[in-house]
Write a protein that binds this ligand. Structure first.
Ligand SMILES: Cc1cc2nc3c(=O)[nH]c(=O)nc-3n(C[C@H](O)[C@H](O)[C@H](O)COP(=O)(O)O)c2cc1C
Length: 207
């Protein structure tokens, strides 16, 4: 089992990193391999909706998005971490995820997803909802915990004092490990569920 973790924060050792490190320690105890990709702080431009990826299976912009896609393809689970900026995930991680999910042609079906968010005061649950939408449109089950996957703080030192937040991360990593193992076993025993894709939005007048 392998999990890919993305840190959308520009702070390599900030609050989001503190939460992700707690998860990494737990994954290691569970025997799950991890890889962390630092997304925050990089110049990640937004999707320009050019259609290049539809023909070429990768983004026209040759940057960290295309470098990360094969790592995502090889992973059984994806953890996306983001700080809250004005009540939403930060711009860098949103630009990155729009392009990563849209441009990559491999199936994400039954890879397990988890969003992790950090704010000083407010906006965690709204940001959590935004990130979970990337998973649920892609056939990815979302791993649960004992609270929404959030931590509070302005600095890493604050986040380390959020004991419930850290506990939430440990429970999340354990549940995610369980789900990945269960899905792998069922995939081997019976294969993945059928996916229908015949219909796009279709109205009565056929237009
Ligand atoms: C541009 C900007 C906007 C922010 N907006 C919010 C906000 O809406 N709500 C909040 O509680 N904290 C906000 N913060 C604080 C960060 O979300 C918070 O400090 C977070 O835990 C930082 O995580 P990090 O150390 O991993 O970067 C904002 C910070 C910045 C730089």
């Amino acid at each position: 089992m392998k999990v890919l973790l993305l840190n959308g924060s520009p702070h390599r050792n900030g609050c989001v990193a503190t939460a992700l490190e707690e998860m990494i320690r737990t994954f290691e105890a569970e025997g799950v391999e991890t890889e962390l990709v630092q997304v925050g702080g990089q110049a990640i431009r937004g999707c320009i909706s050019c259609g290049y990826c539809g023909k070429n299976g990768q983004c026209v912009v040759k940057d960290l998005v295309n470098e990360t896609a094969p790592k995502f393809e090889a992973a059984d689970g994806l953890v996306v971490g983001s700080p809250v900026y004005y009540g939403s995930p930060n711009g860098t991680i949103l630009s990155f995820l729009d392009r990563l999910f849209y441009s990559s042609s491999f199936s994400k079906h039954m890879k397990v997803g988890a969003a992790v968010v950090s704010c000083r005061r407010g906006g965690n649950s709204a940001s959590f909802d935004v990130l979970n939408k990337y998973f649920t449109i892609s056939g990815m089950p979302v791993a649960p915990s004992t609270y929404w996957n959030q931590i509070h703080g302005f600095t890493a030192e604050d986040a380390k004092k959020d004991l419930e937040g850290l506990q939430t991360m440990r429970n999340l990593a354990r549940n995610m490990s369980f789900l990945m193992r269960a899905i792998a076993a069922e995939k081997q025993a019976a294969g993945l569920p059928q996916v229908e894709r015949s219909f796009r939005t279709s109205f009565h007048d056929g237009k």
